[in-house]
Design a protein around this ligand. Structure first.
Ligand code: NDP
Length: 397
């Protein structure tokens, strides 16, 4: 049992707060802080039942974070703001002696390049301070990494081929919208593809490799090979992996919009001058696109995210598919948020619970697959993200 500070009052922060409020035996006190305090207040009022304190903080500012952390004195900071704030929040945690959890790895604002190297560089300092940092505790990264750890622990003697498959078969009724922060999402899906094979990274053009894959309860969906951050830590933590790839489904309409956005320069991250003022095109685009937090109401269908794994068991080849399907309607009914925010927020809450219950406590900077997957997997089943396993099936990959 302990005190938790959530930073970021977006779609994911709403779900994290929602789930924590119902567990007073784990989260004795909750504070939700973000850039815009009124958003925290609205969430607290809607779901808090007086359990959520709120505060304003600019998480780009270490002194502001330090002041807030010193005044509230949490045991853990859950960072569900944007990846740009990872390092300032980690700095503030080190300065105040508090442990840390996030769902997305650091990305510099001026370069669309996410890598773990910046956060891994904090390992010794967290270790020496006796503090735990839990990296990538959403769904992907997060549950997909924990699924892989679970497969390596219980299903295989050697995990060799890993394909993470992420399908959103939902329909929100808008011509174009992103399911989480538009700036981060568009930066992620427009970059070059990349996968791991034979001890090296292979680069592809954006969306160059694609094929239809069958998703449980959904059917075939065109799936595109893209780079995703958990590949970097998984091939390091499971060195028997010969090939690791990540596939995400996109509809034709979505890809057409994306191509136009890129072609006309609206995905640009370099500032331009407009009427005497500097603006960043992708930030302006974010301002005119639908807010992902508002998509839930009319969202139908479900997500299906999982790991398709081939490897060795007792000297024989074995195939394994582990996945979760999450309904947008059900997620909305429970939390007022769609399934993408839900599937990220629930694992972040469970990771925080693992820390509070001392099941995941390891001084240093750790990716989620470096902890015991078993207690986390149990909680997934209890908190709205049940998982399913298929053995010796055609993985299609
Ligand atoms: P949103 O854009 O909805 O919310 C982000 C929140 O962070 C907003 O409330 C925003 O404030 C706040 N924020 C931004 N900058 C600052 C700052 N400098 N100081 C304080 N607060 C700040 O994003 P989501 O909720 O959709 O996503 C949250 C995180 O989850 C992102 O890092 C995203 O990459 C990650 N994610 C991870 C996934 C996974 O599976 N691992 C999947 C989906 C998302 P304001 O309201 O004022 O703008």
């Amino acid at each position: 049992m302990g005190k938790v500070l959530i930073i970021g009052a977006g779609g994911v922060g709403t779900v994290v707060a929602h789930k924590m409020v119902g567990l007073p035996e784990v989260f004795s006190e909750i504070m939700l802080a973000s850039r815009t305090k009124s958003k925290c207040d609205a969430i607290a009022e809607k779901i808090g039942g007086n359990r959520i304190q709120t505060a304003q903080v600019d998480a780009d500012s270490v002194p502001q974070l330090v002041e807030l952390i010193r005044s509230f004195q949490p045991d853990l900071v859950v960072n569900v703001a944007l990846p740009y704030q990872d390092l300032t929040i980690m700095d503030a945690c080190l300065e105040t002696g508090v442990s840390y959890l996030d769902t997305a790895n650091y990305e510099p604002k001026e370069e669309a390049k996410f890598e773990y190297k910046w956060q891994w560089a904090y390992h010794d300092r967290f270790k020496e301070a006796g503090l735990t940092a839990i990296l990538g505790c959403g769904f992907d990264p997060g549950v997909t990494s924990i699924f892989t750890a679970y497969a390596a622990k219980h299903v295989f003697d050697e995990v060799q081929y890993l394909d993470i498959v992420d399908c959103n078969a939902g329909d929100h009724g808008k011509a174009f919208a992103t399911n989480f922060n538009p700036e981060i999402n568009i930066r992620e899906v427009t970059q070059k593809g990349k996968y791991w094979e034979n001890d090296d990274w292979v680069l592809t053009e954006p969306h160059e490799i694609h094929k239809p894959l069958n998703y449980p309860n959904i059917g075939p969906k065109e799936s595109y090979l893209i780079y995703h951050e958990e590949l970097e830590s998984l091939v390091k933590n499971f060195p028997t992996i010969k090939r690791a790839r990540f596939w995400m489904t996109f509809g034709q309409e979505y890809l057409t919009h994306l191509r136009v956005i890129q072609n006309i320069g609206m995905a640009g991250i370099e500032p331009i001058m407009y009427e005497g003022k500097e603006i960043v095109p992708i930030q302006f685009l974010k301002a005119v696109l639908p807010d992902p937090g508002d998509l839930g109401e009319n969202y139908h269908g479900e997500t299906s995210i999982g790991c398709r794994i081939r490897g060795l068991k007792d000297g024989k080849e074995h195939t394994y598919y582990i996945y979760n399907n999450c309904s947008h309607e059900e997620a909305y009914k429970e939390t007022g948020m769609q399934a993408v925010s839900y599937t990220t927020g629930v694992p972040a809450m469970i990771g925080a619970m693992m820390f509070m219950q001392e099941k995941w406590k390891k001084p240093g900077v750790n990716n989620v697959e470096q902890f015991d997957p078993d207690p986390f997997m149990e909680e997934l089943n209890k908190h709205g993200l049940p998982w399913h396993e298929l053995h010796n099936v055609d993985l299609e990959l």
